[in-house]
Unconditional design. Structure first.
Length: 616
């Protein structure tokens, strides 16, 4: 009898263990492995579908098995292999360019000469051009500053700010060549250049994931002799003579060691020269393949009297070998451009109230890179106490993957310890959160806005202020949830109604559910939430030290360090910005209120923000 009981007990234990293993396997495959996949995966698209890159389509399991279990010696051997691969490509390309330059070969680089990660359907038919053949209109492509489609049929994607124009340049060159730029300062609030880091497989980049690009901000650019930099204090913003020249040395090596700008906490450095890469390494995320290099230019808030390019021509770009030959290498990037500039159709989804984990107590996350932002958002609600997974497991996985894939983290050597990633603007401090909107409901956001310089009406000089630019934006996945960051709306500083102390009250609802008192004369700035019930909000606070900077309440990496500000860190401190009440940002913390349309209308006009009921 005792023996039978013991056998049954062992049987139940065995069955229990099998069930636990099965449950864990299911959740590991469905939950843990899904945490690294952006929304396009759920629509059946590869994770680089909307980018200019074309890299091997690995699963996270394949990446982890191949790269994350390497010993130190194996990893160093991998780095040396990739360095050698890059040198061989550079030498071969340099010789071909010289042969073409001196009339020994064709301008069009033959198929198979470049690796398929560079020569593919997205960026193909790479063709050499002489300086007199170069057309800036064919070199650059760009997303212009624009008005949001009120019917949400044609939305920009990839999470832009609709008050900004983004210029993009794809290029390829040998090591020790130069990228030479000449242009005119735009009539705008802000401008910067950002170039892909120097080639370094130790700190890779894959699309918008990986270590940050190397920036040069408007005020650091020395204008040509006899010309004016209109972004500097007291300078004439309307000056006709506003020309500049820039030089980007194209090298391999550690980005922080080659660029003093990356050692400054405010990303400021004098001089018109920076060091970038002639092409890039994707590291584990892209299976180590080499991709073309990229240069970004941002024009934030062009003056209202000029076009979206700030009233100036596109910059002129030229490549120069170390031996002096000048040229341009132009790809046919039609498919890459077409996909990146595809307009998204908004999605009408059923109204849905916020789930508990995004309810009255939740505040904001600070962004420490785009990949980490995605993985933390997914991991947060799939872990305890809201999901079934222990949060310590999820956090550890996020940290390990970021370290393995991109060599990033607060404890990593520079530039991996810099809390920005490729394609984000390092002069911004970003906060983000997800919002759900139920039927006949409104969001009210209250807080204090930093002062910003007045420029949009062609003011004559750039005045000092607490920030250079400020905005709230919201975006979704668009129709069939296949788009990354379909933009439903943004409100920038000069569109926001404030009181005498610069306090604001923002209200979001669906257009048909707009409260009658949600209007400027009642002290309210209203914006249509759009038809998609689940959206992500991005809060941008731009600083250019020291003239447009606030030390105390600004959500900088100093005030909100990576070690304590990121949810995935063991020392995460939610009191900084993670709660729905003022923390380190004090009165500048955006506080969320969620109430019915009728409740908001009952507040009358003008609306007293202090009388808005607390979200419970």
């Amino acid at each position: 009898m005792v023996l039978k009981i013991v056998k049954k007990k062992h049987l139940f234990i065995g069955i229990g263990i099998i069930l636990l293993v099965l449950i864990f396997t299911i959740f590991y495959r469905k939950v843990i492995l899904s945490m690294q996949k952006p929304s396009v995966w759920r629509a059946g698209l590869t994770d680089d579908y909307w980018t200019y890159t074309d890299v091997p389509d690995l699963t996270d399991k394949e990446r982890s098995k191949k790269y994350c279990k390497m010993s130190d010696n194996q990893r160093e051997e991998y780095y040396q292999e990739k360095d050698q691969e890059a040198k061989e490509l550079s030498n071969k390309l340099e010789q071909y360019i010289k042969d073409w330059y001196y009339g020994k070969t064709d301008a069009k680089i033959p198929k198979g000469f470049l690796p398929p990660s560079i020569d593919n359907e997205k960026t193909k038919d790479w063709t050499l051009q002489r300086p007199e053949e170069i057309d800036p209109e064919k070199q650059w492509y760009y997303w212009p500053a624009h008005e949001i489609d009120p019917e949400f049929k044609k939305l920009a994607q990839n999470s832009p700010e609709n008050h900004a124009t983004y210029l993009k340049l794809l290029f390829l060159a040998p090591f020790d060549s130069q990228l030479l730029i000449e242009g005119d300062f735009p009539h705008a609030r802000f401008m910067d250049y950002q170039i892909l880091e120097p080639f370094d497989p130790r700190f890779p980049v894959a699309g918008n994931m990986g270590v940050m690009e190397v920036p040069i901000v408007d005020v650091d650019i020395e204008p040509d002799l006899g010309h004016v930099n209109p972004f500097r204090e007291g300078a004439d913003r309307k000056a006709a003579n506003r020309h500049y020249h820039l030089t980007f040395d194209l090298k391999a090596g550690n980005a922080a060691e080659l660029n003093p700008v990356l050692k400054d906490p405010h990303f400021r450095a004098p001089g018109n020269t920076r060091v970038g890469g002639p092409f890039g390494s994707t590291g584990p995320y892209g299976d180590g393949v080499i991709i073309p290099s990229v240069l970004w230019v941002r024009y934030y808030a062009p003056d209202k009297s000029v076009d979206t390019l700030g009233g100036v021509s596109l910059p002129k770009v030229l490549l120069k070998l170390k031996t002096g030959e000048t040229f341009w290498l132009q790809p046919d990037a039609t498919l890459a451009i077409e996909r990146q500039k595809t307009l998204a159709e908004g999605a009408e989804t059923p109204p849905r109230d916020p789930p508990k984990f995004l309810g009255s107590q939740f505040g904001w996350w600070k962004m420490y890179g785009i990949y980490q932002m995605f993985t933390e958002a997914i991991g947060y609600y799939k872990s305890w106490p809201y999901g079934i997974l222990p949060s310590s497991w999820v956090k550890k996985l996020i940290r390990e993957n970021i370290e393995c894939y991109f060599s990033q983290g607060p404890e990593m050597p520079s530039p991996g310890n810099i809390a920005h990633s490729a394609t984000d603007c390092p002069y911004h401090n970003y906060l983000n959160r997800v919002m759900f909107l139920g039927k006949d409901k409104v969001y009210a956001i209250t807080g204090k806005m930093p002062t910003t310089p007045k420029t949009r009406n062609g003011e004559s000089t750039m005045e000092k202020a607490e920030a250079r630019f400020f905005s709230f934006c919201h975006m979704g996945g668009g129709k069939e949830n296949k788009y990354h960051g379909a933009l439903y709306g943004c409100l920038m500083d000069d569109e926001i109604t404030v009181d005498a102390e610069n306090n604001y009250l923002l209200v979001y609802s669906r257009g048909a559910e707009k409260p009658a008192n949600a209007k400027p004369e009642c002290g309210v700035t209203w914006q249509d939430f759009g038809p998609e019930s689940r959206q992500a909000y991005i809060y941008r606070w731009m600083s250019v030290y020291p003239d447009h900077y606030m030390e105390k309440f600004n959500p900088t990496d100093v005030n909100i360090p990576w070690e304590t500000g990121a949810w995935s860190q063991d020392k995460y401190d939610k009191t900084l910005v993670g709660e729905n009440k003022p923390g380190v940002m004090g009165p500048y913390h955006p506080v969320m209120h969620y109430l019915s349309k009728e409740e908001f209308e009952s507040l009358g006009c003008p609306v007293d923000p202090k009388k808005i009921p607390e979200w419970k």
